[in-house]
Design a protein around this ligand. Structure first.
Ligand code: GDG
Length: 474
């Protein structure tokens, strides 16, 4: 089908399906339950859409195919490209730099070369499937050069870009040896979307400082050059969300409710269950949370007879050195806390280093009295929103880091600075002791916000802004 063209094309590092190889060697595709697929499904259905992305495995030149009504266009990556473009430049240069250098960013010129080469491959694939005058929506930090590469080949397209992670302050961003190329890459889009207002301002400031362009409010004026005529680019916040209704429905099902009761019983029916759910990533502040919890046990403000902490840490980026070190550090801390404070019948921390099905996550949310989101820096944090969506009983307390994008919206959570361990400890105690009335009041208002601003609202707002830019184009 080489000539098939589509009016709407999504480009992301990963396709919305996973390539699964069974024990007998046969292969299948499994729909991944990501929020992006849920958000874009209606648009894909209505506008004849294609999705360009990597299959998550090395090699394999796979022909485009249909899955769940979506036309999928696989982009092949070699072992060495996975190492240099993905694990290297994306996850060991951009990821730490954009999360305020919580761990140092590593700069290698051969990682950058691979990033350029792979971005070009994604841009070429998108250019080949988008129809004349179509819309292409590029996702996330692995593909920041794609908008410009695409515009160079296809000036007829409407191009959007959404950055799922933060965009750092100029003082940090300016470390990047390829800072100008990345900004120019992003400015190939008509609309560049960010999670928070502060991210969009950081971007506009970098554009002013590095390129000297005029940036007023959400608009950046890109002057005429050898790359094309003068254009206007919109850079602003579109806070992402979840399929709130779908998640609530799942959490309301009798199977999930029964499982929630069962989990609590298996934990020994403690008075209070505290929960943390994160990819095992240094941005999530898991160590800070454990420190606060450990100190509360040590101080005698909490006791293992009454309170238990469940920490789900799903495996992530296990071949990157800083992630290996983090895992060792977290597991050592969990071991110490359990050794120091656990009793025969009561474990202080239940630590789970594996992924769970979605319904098990919903049951965990439902059974937990306190949800701890202590990210040191996080684009949005969907876990916080899922917890709120699951709690149709209007119970449960969300403790939320002010460094997560979700803190801009979820204002009746207990907002904390995770670096302030004493403040975090006080917030945990406040959450544990909060009256039912106050829990209901706070949760009601959080739920209103999450219901109103769901993921459908996010994708519609972005695509509406992109369509509005059309008249300003040549
Ligand atoms: C990036 C940005 C931004 C986690 N463990 C399991 C599991 N999960 C699911 C959660 C949630 C998702 O993964 C994680 O989303 P977050 O938003 O919390 O964090 P990142 O993965 O870092 O996502 C972030 C996001 O992009 C969207 O723009 O919010 O700031 O860093 O949905 O539930 N799901 C299942 N089993 C697990 O073990 N089923």
């Amino acid at each position: 089908m080489p000539d098939e063209r589509f009016a709407f094309v999504v480009v992301s590092n990963r396709l919305p399906v996973d390539y699964v190889v069974a024990e007998d060697g046969s292969t299948t595709w499994k729909q991944s339950p990501g929020g992006l697929v849920t958000a874009l499904e209606p648009v894909m259905r209505d506008t004849d859409g294609a999705w360009v992305g990597w299959i998550g495995q090395p090699g394999g030149d796979i022909e485009p195919f249909e899955n769940g009504g979506i036309h999928l266009v696989p982009v092949a990556l070699s072992e060495i490209e996975i190492e240099h473009y993905y694990e290297g430049f994306s996850n060991d240069t951009i990821w730490p730099l954009y999360h305020d250098v919580i761990v140092p960013a590593t700069y290698h010129r051969y990682w950058w070369d691979s990033y350029v080469e792979v971005n070009q491959r994604f841009a070429d694939a998108a250019a080949a499937v988008a129809e004349e005058g179509g819309t292409v929506w590029v996702q996330d930090y692995q593909l920041q050069l794609v908008p410009r590469m695409l515009r160079e080949q296809r000036p007829d397209l409407s191009i959007g870009f959404f950055n799922h992670i933060p965009f750092p302050a100029y003082g940090l961003y300016s470390q990047l040896p390829w800072r100008t190329q990345i900004i120019e890459g992003l400015l190939g889009a008509d609309v560049v979307g960010f999670q928070r207002v502060a991210d969009a301002s950081n971007f506009s400031r970098a554009v002013r400082r590095l390129l000297g362009y005029t940036a007023r409010g959400p608009h950046i004026e890109v002057p005429e050059s050898e790359h094309g005529p003068a254009r206007r680019v919109t850079a602003r916040a579109f806070p992402i969300s979840i399929d709130a209704e779908g998640f609530e429905e799942l959490a309301r099902s009798s199977a999930v409710r029964a499982r929630a009761t069962q989990i609590r019983a298996e934990l020994g029916n403690p008075k209070t269950v505290i929960l943390g759910v994160d990819r095992l990533d240094y941005t999530k502040g898991i160590g800070h949370r454990l420190k606060a919890f450990g100190e509360l046990l040590e101080d005698g403000r909490l006791s293992v007879e009454d309170v238990t902490l469940v920490q789900v840490a799903s495996p992530s980026r296990e071949r990157v050195e800083s992630y290996k070190n983090l895992r060792d550090e977290i597991e050592l801390t969990v071991g110490r806390i359990n050794g120091d404070f656990g009793t025969i019948g009561h474990q202080a921390v239940t630590y789970l280093h594996h992924g769970f099905p979605r319904d098990e996550m919903a049951a965990l949310y439902l059974t937990s009295d306190v949800m701890l989101v202590t990210a040191l820096r996080d684009g949005m944090n969907l876990v916080a929103k899922e917890y709120v969506a699951a709690r149709s009983d209007e119970d449960g307390v969300l403790v939320l880091s002010e460094f997560a994008g979700a803190a801009d919206e979820l204002r009746t959570s207990l907002r904390i600075n995770p670096h302030d361990i004493d403040g975090l400890k006080d917030a945990i105690i406040q959450a544990v002791e909060m009256t039912r009335e106050e829990r209901r009041r706070r949760m009601r208002s959080l739920r209103k916000r999450v219901r109103e601003n769901d993921v459908g609202h996010w994708s519609r707002a972005f695509l509406h802004a992109l369509a509005a830019e059309r008249p300003s184009r040549p």
